[in-house]
Design a protein around this ligand. Sequence first.
Ligand SMILES: NC(=O)c1ccc[n+]([C@@H]2O[C@H](COP(=O)([O-])OP(=O)(O)OC[C@H]3O[C@@H](n4cnc5c(N)ncnc54)[C@H](O)[C@@H]3O)[C@@H](O)[C@H]2O)c1
Length: 395
Amino acid sequence: MKIAMLGSGFIARFYADSLIGHRRIDKLHAVYSRNIEKARTFATDYGLPVYSDSLEEVVNNPEVNVVVISLPNDLHLAAVEACAKAGKHVLCTKPLGRTAAEAKQMLDMVEKAGIMGGYLEDLCYTPKFSKSLASVKGGSLGRILWAKSREAHPGPHSNWFWNKEQSGGGAIVDLGCHCIEIARNYIGKDVRPVEVMCWAATQVHPIDAEDNAIGMVKYANGAIGQFEVSWCFRGGMDLRDEVMGTEGTIWINNFLRTGFDMFSTGKEGGYVAEKAESNTGWLFPVGDEVNELGYNHMFTDMFEAIEQNRDPFETFYDGYVVNAIIDAAYASAKSGLWEPVEIDDWRGRTDDNHGAKFAEFDEQYYLIKEEILPHGERKLILKDKKTGEVIVRDL
Ligand SMILES: NC(=O)c1ccc[n+]([C@@H]2O[C@H](COP(=O)([O-])OP(=O)(O)OC[C@H]3O[C@@H](n4cnc5c(N)ncnc54)[C@H](O)[C@@H]3O)[C@@H](O)[C@H]2O)c1
């Protein structure tokens, strides 16, 4: 397949590094940038035959089959519209829209046009995430009760992120979209997100949006998703996930402290890792960022999905659900109340409380806890199903 890149900034280059990093059969063919010089530089750097400052020209290039959107958030809708009109498969970076209403329009457009809409949620493709998710799906953690994801760094690298009109908000829409989708995957994409409680504040930067936030997303089966996001965190990019189930726990550190520690006086050398604030002292580089951040696995899935005429692992529908949760988070941050997640077009399970049950001990009792004490004594704490009495039984 031949690919067109819309945008030539930060994420376009990460994507291009991934797309040309291996001997792929899919080729970057054309790039659009509003600044023709930047388009030319990008085309030269990555060996693309076509560059232009006209989005329509690039999308409608007859050799292009797939379009990758790497533009600011306020431009995603118009770019998807151009792809739908041209009948070209479209892969859009996160967040899909600034709001669920925008995301829904994009979803409707691709479905109507019969093209694939892939949601480029790279953090749901990292090697650690994929392995842990397979383990969770295999039942190793039992029933998932709580999934927490944190993304925090010192703030984005371009002016438009800091403009609420263009970005759609602050750290919640920018970083929360990753965290929400990570937790949603662990809890189950077919489980309906019901309500959100969110605290958000502007603590450091002179902007109209939040630079710090914490939110809880309540799911129909009783599980809770938690997101922690910050544009105020100092010391690099903190990407951590925690999952807790009835039978186990997972802790993942994706970026800082990954087992690669380095010291440098900083006299020479430069780039360490995305959002690293320093190149002196003890440093935590990331071995292969493009791979560790999931870009390789993400594009492999996207192109295979097109070939196999199936949905990719992350679709425009997922992007829409994430936007709906974000809308509820903003409503909650404003009202101070739990706010409902409005999804017009819910496609998952509709039976609530599925999977919630207590551990059986025998006909008469539930098992609350088995305990081994420091001196080796063992005891069971049991609850009588009929009377409700809680008893202890020594073993
Ligand atoms: N991990 C990720 O998935 C990830 C990481 C960073 C950014 N993103 C997303 O990628 C998108 C782009 O972010 P970025 O970090 O590359 O930003 P950036 O500012 O580095 O690049 C944006 C690109 O869009 C172009 N652009 C800006 N304003 C424009 C306008 N008015 N008209 C036409 N072109 C315009 C810029 O020239 C540049 O080529 C955003 O949606 C962002 O949320 C995703």
